[in-house]
Design a protein around this ligand. Structure first.
Ligand SMILES: [Zn+2]
Length: 366
């Protein structure tokens, strides 16, 4: 029997105790796209120099109606027209890490697609990687957040471009770049097309994750990511639960799913009054899958890490013990050495208990 969060009168008087708690909680973020974290002012400033996208178009990307829209047009505009210098990548990384740190994210692995920017900027992967890694090292020194780059395959580009990307990474290997991912529209690039790139990545000692089972695409894509790409982690993965046998394999293996509570597909397709009840995240929790909440494209989707965590309580009914399990899942899924994982787990457990006492003193200790 798990208890629910019981806030103190003080916390209620301050506003939402759940948000304050989720804000203060030490967090990892293991599913965020660098370009989807761009600040609106920065987008305008860079686009004034480059052209290729109008002021009105940029503002349209950040306009949020009742139902959030996809981030892809904004990401493509940045790749195709706007990002032209190593400094641009440095700035985006620095600002993302500042924004994440402001929500007590202490460790993040963030995605960036090299293929389009290399093609359109004429700069080499190594130069762009160095700019991002330098920004991460500077932010770690200045702000106390650890940032790790995860180059992601653009699945809408030919599979050979993915093989090329892994080759660039192997030739310019940095310890701050621990693995690869794959993203963009899953329906336009089935996972099995990228078997060679994933095999090359594993041979080079890189970790792997993949966006699979997003946009309502079938569980078979999650199975392919697991069995053919042999991923260490799964991004989204919602439709895995449509196959009980696959679900059980993933549960037994302790696979970590980086879920996105504000994912626009379910906001668009599920009825508002049923949304939180029918959402696969709720069923993934009930089935015992190891999930971890993330912001994905925080500025373009108008969501913060704090809000993503608060949604786990407010929308999907997580009790304190479940929220602590989410924190552990993030540490288990992060590509960090065992010593750091164990140290953070001990420290963060203590902080969790302290925050629970502070914001929810009537909640029984875990
Ligand atoms: Zn994503």
């Amino acid at each position: 029997m798990t208890s629910t969060f019981v806030p103190s009168a003080d916390a209620l008087a301050q506003g939402s105790a759940v948000h304050a708690f989720c804000h203060a909680l030490p967090k990892v973020e293991i599913h965020c796209h660098l370009l989807g974290a761009i600040r609106q002012d920065t987008f305008h400033e860079l686009a004034r120099r480059s052209g290729g996208i109008s002021t009105e178009q940029i503002d349209g990307l950040f306009a949020h109606g009742e139902k959030r829209q996809g981030a892809i047009p904004g990401l493509r505009a940045l790749e195709n027209h706007v990002l032209r210098r190593p400094d641009d990548l440095y700035r985006l990384t620095r600002e993302y890490l500042e924004d994440a740190r402001a929500h007590n994210v202490l460790y993040t692995e963030f995605f960036w697609n090299p293929t389009g920017v290399v093609q359109h900027s004429g700069l080499s992967y190594a130069v762009l990687q160095d700019a991002i890694v330098q920004a991460a090292l500077d932010a770690e020194r200045d702000l106390g957040i650890v940032g790790r780059l995860v180059p992601a395959i653009d699945r809408e580009a030919p599979p050979q471009a993915a093989v090329e990307m892994v080759g660039w990474m192997a030739a310019a290997r940095r310890e701050e770049v621990p693995g690869i991912g794959i993203d963009y529209r899953e329906g336009l690039g089935a996972p099995e097309l990228f078997t060679q790139a994933y095999a090359d990545a594993r041979a080079a000692g890189l970790k792997t994750t993949a966006h699979a089972g997003e946009f309502g695409l079938p569980w078979t894509n999650v199975k392919t990511a697991l069995d053919t790409l042999q991923v260490d982690r799964i991004d989204h993965g919602y439709t895995a639960i449509d196959n009980p046998e696959l679900t059980e394999r993933l549960r037994k293996r302790g696979m970590v799913f980086t879920v996105v509570p504000a994912n626009s597909y379910y906001l668009r397709t599920l009825a508002p009054e049923r949304w939180a009840l029918d959402h696969p995240i709720r069923r993934m929790l009930a089935l015992g899958l190891k999930i971890h909440p993330n912001s994905d494209d925080p500025t373009l989707h108008n969501i913060t890490p704090t809000q993503a965590w608060a949604m786990m309580v407010e929308q999907f009914g997580c009790a304190p013990a479940e929220l602590r399990a989410l924190m552990h899942n993030g540490l288990d899924g992060a590509w960090i050495e065992t010593g750091r994982r164990e140290a953070w787990r001990t420290e963060w457990d203590a902080r969790f208990d302290q925050l629970l006492q502070e914001y929810f003193p009537s909640t029984p200790a875990l």
